[in-house]
Design a protein around this ligand. Structure first.
Ligand code: ATP
Ligand code: MG
Length: 367
């Protein structure tokens, strides 16, 4: 059985907002599970229900083998790190970290031992006497994590713990959280709206939208095999391009017809698309699967197309090309060394073996 299980969990707030809708999630022991989704999709609500800070409207939550629906927060073996850290302003770092243990009646020597251990892990031993206002954002974040670690809980819950930090510190703390998980091997459920954070931290990732989980999978499986258009567009940066068109059949071969260009459907995708001949659908292709024709040899002409290059954005080793046809716009990601000139037509190649197709009405992945 999973360490944490949510079974058909629904949350409707008293004002009528349905924040979570029949959500199912199983988090394994020692797993680092990331819940990712756009603002307002219900992530914090899910964590607060696991922590016992919100009641469920329907469904069941198990922690370990216990049904905890009616268990008060303090009796659940979980520790939560909040987005705003929620440190006590009048207590110093040591007192902040030990406070939860003190409340639970731990003996002073045990509190001291645990706080010192956690401080050493987080490298904050030298600032134990300071109050929160005397700390940087990164240090506060560490204290908030320290306060959770000393509890030695069965499960850690993190609610966007890095969102108040600047970009450099975020990257650094991300690595530290990774290290922390390798060291403690405790089950962690980590909430973020940042897909990069999700991809780099998660053993598995659950993608949420509108109160539901759309797909739970290994990071690379989400990237390679998204089950629908929302997941496809959420993972990856710049995001996957979506191009509207239809499937046409010519001499037994299938083509995706955008209106101003056609590209041939790969053999592997052919069977799944037979039912879509002359029907509208959406092609999904990632920026990294589009190439400048000049740098690809042996391309069958049916995989190439012309588009107008409006803008070239260089971001170091890679450049993003903003391209346009009469009907659609899309982005290609190419090595910066290739330097195509902007404001002109260019010939491109779609790697159709990497293309995805989505049902126009449901957003479901066809292939
Ligand atoms: N106490 C509350 N009462 C009523 N509605 C609420 C309450 N808390 C949250 N909501 C609503 O529930 C929905 C989900 O909110 P939640 O805070 O779980 O989203 P989130 O995914 O954590 O968003 P963010 O990324 O912005 O933190 C939102 O529509 C929000 O407005
Ligand atoms: Mg939130």
């Amino acid at each position: 059985m999973s360490q944490v299980s949510l079974c058909d969990v629904t949350k409707i707030y008293p004002n009528g907002t349905k924040a979570v809708s029949r959500l199912n999630l199983g988090v394994e022991s020692r797993e680092f599970m990331v819940l990712v989704g756009p603002s307002g999709c219900g992530k914090t609500t899910v964590l607060r229900m696991i922590a016992g800070l919100e009641d469920l409207t329907e469904g069941k939550i198990y922690i370990g083998k216990y049904l905890v629906n009616d268990t008060p927060p303090r009796a659940r073996d979980v520790a939560m790190v909040f987005q705003n850290y929620a440190l006590y302003p009048y207590l110093n770092v040591y007192e902040n970290m030990g406070f939860g243990l003190k409340l639970r009646g731990y003996p002073v020597p045990e509190i001291e031992k645990r706080v010192k251990e956690a401080a050493a892990i987080l490298e904050i031993s030298s600032i134990m006497h300071r109050r929160p206002y005397e700390l940087s954002g990164g240090e506060r974040q560490r204290v908030a994590v320290g306060r959770a670690i000393v509890r030695k809980p069965l499960v850690f819950l993190f609610d966007e713990p890095l969102s108040n930090l600047d970009a450099n510190l975020r990257t650094q703390m991300r690595t530290e959280i990774h290290r922390l998980h390798s060291r403690l091997r405790t089950t962690m459920i980590y909430v973020t709206h940042d897909q990069l954070e999700a991809m780099t931290l998660g053993d598995r990732i659950a993608i949420m939208n509108n109160g539901s989980i759309l797909q739970t999978d290994l990071p690379m499986s989400l990237y390679k095999n998204p089950s629908n258009k929302f997941v496809a567009g959420f993972i990856g940066s710049p995001p996957m391009n979506f191009i509207e068109g239809s499937i046409v059949k010519k001499q037994e071969k299938l083509y995706f017809d955008e209106g101003s260009f056609q590209v041939k459907v790969s053999e592997a995708s052919r069977q799944a698309l037979v039912d879509y001949v002359n029907k509208k659908l959406t092609l999904g292709i990632r920026p990294e699967d589009i190439y400048d024709r000049l740098f690809v040899s042996d391309v069958p002409p049916e995989n190439s197309l012309k588009a107008f290059l409006e803008v070239v954005e260089s971001v170091g080793v890679e450049s993003y090309l903003y391209l346009k046809t009469k009907r659609s716009s899309f982005i290609a990601k190419i090595p910066s060394s290739q330097k195509p000139g902007s404001n002109q037509d260019m010939e491109l190649v779609f790697d159709m073996s990497k293309a995805h197709f989505f049902d126009k009405d449901t957003g479901r992945t066809i292939v």
